[in-house]
Design a protein. Structure first.
Length: 650
């Protein structure tokens, strides 16, 4: 491990951590996983070329190679020792078998000849090693492609100065074996001005070991200082704080907000917080659930803005030890982290020997604060790194020449081999507006592309606020689907309507009235039940949250599950809708607006314009066949009364 030798030494990075040389005891330690970045994202989002917006994220982190050992000095000086060799902040001196010193450099650094070393030392940054991470892919019907990508040296420092002169764009069709380079002028390739929203979510261990060490107040003060740093550096941020112990789920301590003053006030209450299972620590579950919360927020922002909101996401996990609950396996954690392009940063408290796995999980930076007094410095450096990460992010736009079938597009830097490439999958069958001018340079000029738009747009023209959604480029309250409109789930339809046979139909039966067949009880108000002797089917009043139930049909929320407050109790109660990534087993219509119950019985976000199989998979409720293929595509609502069907709710 490497320790900071001075407080002003900061390893700037975009999506990687950087260790610095030195041996001072009690200093803040910054660990570096010996790995490169990762990098694949999906324009369709799930890697299968279907064209929806789901993002399956990058492949697992790959090893960027061993630390480089520099050449021995050949001056013939047999008295040369490590005490006389300056390896710099990014390497360590070791004595070789021949009795000569050599510098072993950190990942992303290479050793120069001792005689050529600068004042910064023998180990210098390897400018030929660059890695990429695809943050988001998007497309338009006129064949416009937009890719939000992060480029960084293998050291983790941002790659700056990227422009169209060194931009390399390649495509590979479904039947092709090799990528084909595109002409930058012919494809109207551009770098689009952008200002992404940074989502930063913290998950904090509140188990007994943390409480007994009286460190919660130090964590709170460190996070307050983090808020101060955000104000000083500027930018566009949203933050949330979750807590965990040995329980299966996270506790929401502070919901998603940009109110830093409120955050400081809320942190005053951290030390006295109580939890359900403080005798254990579910670290693995905290990482998985934290990623799910970040992904949910990202998808809701993108869907309600018609992908006009551009986001980057960071998860910071704080604990004093490794997982002790055994609810999840380490393999589940590594699988989940490999599916998303988020920053994963960990902060270890106390003796570093207590959390080797936590250190490994922090693929984009792992800090160790053996002394609680170092927490303020820890969060200062995290804030600085996140601010600098913006320098390595680029929004690339180009016009694809593809007109049929699935294909992969890849971003690169001319004359530099990308250690980990950034790729997206698309389906050209979705390019339905390629005639009459189609895609061109104006598609990617922000002032032109976003003229008159509050949201939407390939140039990420903006997001919508709480309770709003994007319709025709404008943010507004959500509307309802009208009678006879196509639908997939009941909540899409308006008052006195329910979704039956994928169409919004009238539900005129009041509680107590006869029901069955075409006579439906109103969604959220009643359910059809057998009543009386002799039994007859009548609409009974729907059950509220917390009331005992036997099936989802009885609940106003359409979700009947074990009591989350007392999961070991027998029986089930009506609970609120399941969030994205939560189980919907036995509750096919119990997912929150913006999601549906997938074949895997997990609430999955609905598509926006992508490939679909049923109306339930489309946020518009309108899945229609494409004319030139057997595929189906989500289109906008087919009823004039409908605009967008659900608003941003975090």
């Amino acid at each position: 491990m490497h320790k900071l030798v001075a407080l002003w030494v900061v390893a700037f990075l975009s999506f990687g951590a950087l260790g610095c040389g030195g041996d001072d005891e009690g200093k803040l330690e910054t660990r570096v996983p010996d790995s490169g970045g990762d990098g694949d994202g999906d324009g369709d989002g799930d890697g299968d070329g279907d064209g929806d917006e789901r993002d399956s994220g990058p492949p697992p982190i790959q090893d960027a190679g061993p630390r480089d050992s520099g050449p021995d000095d050949d001056s013939g000086n047999d008295d040369l020792t490590c005490g006389l060799v300056n390896c710099g902040l990014h390497g360590d001196c070791v004595m070789g078998a021949d009795g000569m010193p050599a510098c072993t450099c950190d990942t992303g650094y290479i050793a120069t000849e001792l005689a050529l070393a600068s004042d910064d030392g023998v180990c210098v940054e390897d400018k030929s090693c660059v890695q990429a991470r695809m943050l988001r892919c998007h497309w338009t019907g006129n064949s416009g492609i937009g890719m939000h990508v992060s480029l960084q040296y293998c050291s983790g420092n941002p790659y700056v100065g990227f422009d169209t002169e060194n931009l390399l764009i390649e495509e590979k069709g479904a039947l092709a074996t090799e990528f084909q380079e595109l002409s930058i002028p012919e494809s109207s390739a551009s770098l689009i001005e952008h200002s992404p929203l940074q989502q930063i979510y913290f998950v904090i261990d509140v188990s007994n070991s943390i409480r007994d060490s009286d460190v919660l107040d130090d964590i709170a003060n460190g996070l307050k200082h983090f808020a101060d740093e955000l104000e000083d550096t500027g930018g566009n941020y949203r933050l949330a704080i979750f807590l965990f112990d040995g329980a299966a789920n996270l506790y929401e301590f502070m919901g998603d907000t940009d109110d830093l003053a409120m955050m400081r006030t809320r942190l005053d209450q951290l030390e006295g917080v109580e939890s359900e299972d403080p005798a254990s620590s579910n670290v693995y579950g905290a990482v998985i659930k934290g990623i799910n919360q970040l992904k949910r927020a990202e998808m809701l922002r993108e869907m309600t803005s018609d992908f006009g909101a551009l986001t980057t996401s960071t998860l910071v996990v704080i604990s004093d030890g490794d997982d002790r609950a055994g609810v999840h396996a380490l393999g589940e954690v590594t699988t989940r982290t490999s599916q998303v392009p988020f920053n994963i940063i960990t902060v270890g408290l106390g003796d570093a020997a207590s959390y080797p796995t936590l250190t490994m999980i922090g693929r984009d930076g792992s800090f160790s604060a053996p002394n609680p007094a170092l927490l303020t410095e820890t969060f200062t450096q995290i804030a600085e790194r996140l601010a600098v990460s913006r320098e390595s992010q680029y929004l690339v736009g180009y016009c694809s020449p593809k007109r049929s079938d699935a294909f992969v597009t890849r971003i690169g830097i001319r004359d530099i081999a990308i250690a980990v490439p950034a790729e997206c999958n698309f389906n050209a069958f979705l390019f339905t507006e390629t005639t009459g001018g189609g895609c061109g340079l104006d598609t990617f000029v922000r002032d032109t592309a976003c003229a008159g738009l509050e949201c939407s747009g390939i140039a990420a023209c903006g997001g919508c606020g709480s309770g709003e959604c994007c319709a025709s480029g404008q943010c507004q309250p959500p509307g309802d689907l009208a009678e006879d409109a196509k639908c997939g789930i009941d909540w899409m339809c308006g008052a006195d309507l329910s979704c039956a046979a994928e169409k919004c139909v009238a539900t005129a039966v009041d509680p107590g009235g006869a029901c069955g067949g075409a006579d439906l009880c109103e969604y959220g108000e009643g359910y059809c039940a057998s009543v009386g002797e002799p039994a007859m089917m009548q609409c009974a009043a729907a059950l509220g949250i917390g009331v005992a139930c036997e099936s989802w049909e009885q609940c106003a929320s359409q979700r009947c599950a074990p009591n989350p407050a007392r999961p070991t109790d027998p029986g089930m109660v009506c609970v609120g809708p399941a969030q994205m990534f939560e189980s919907c087993l036995g509750n096919p219509y119990g997912c929150e607006p913006g999601s549906y119950c997938s074949a895997a019985n997990v609430c999955t976000w609905q598509y926006n314009g992508g490939i679909c199989e049923s109306n339930a998979q489309c946020e518009s409720g309108n899945c229609v066949p494409l004319a030139t293929t057997a595929l189906k595509r989500c289109l906008g609502p087919d009823a004039a009364s409908a605009t967008c069907t659900f608003g941003l709710d975090l």
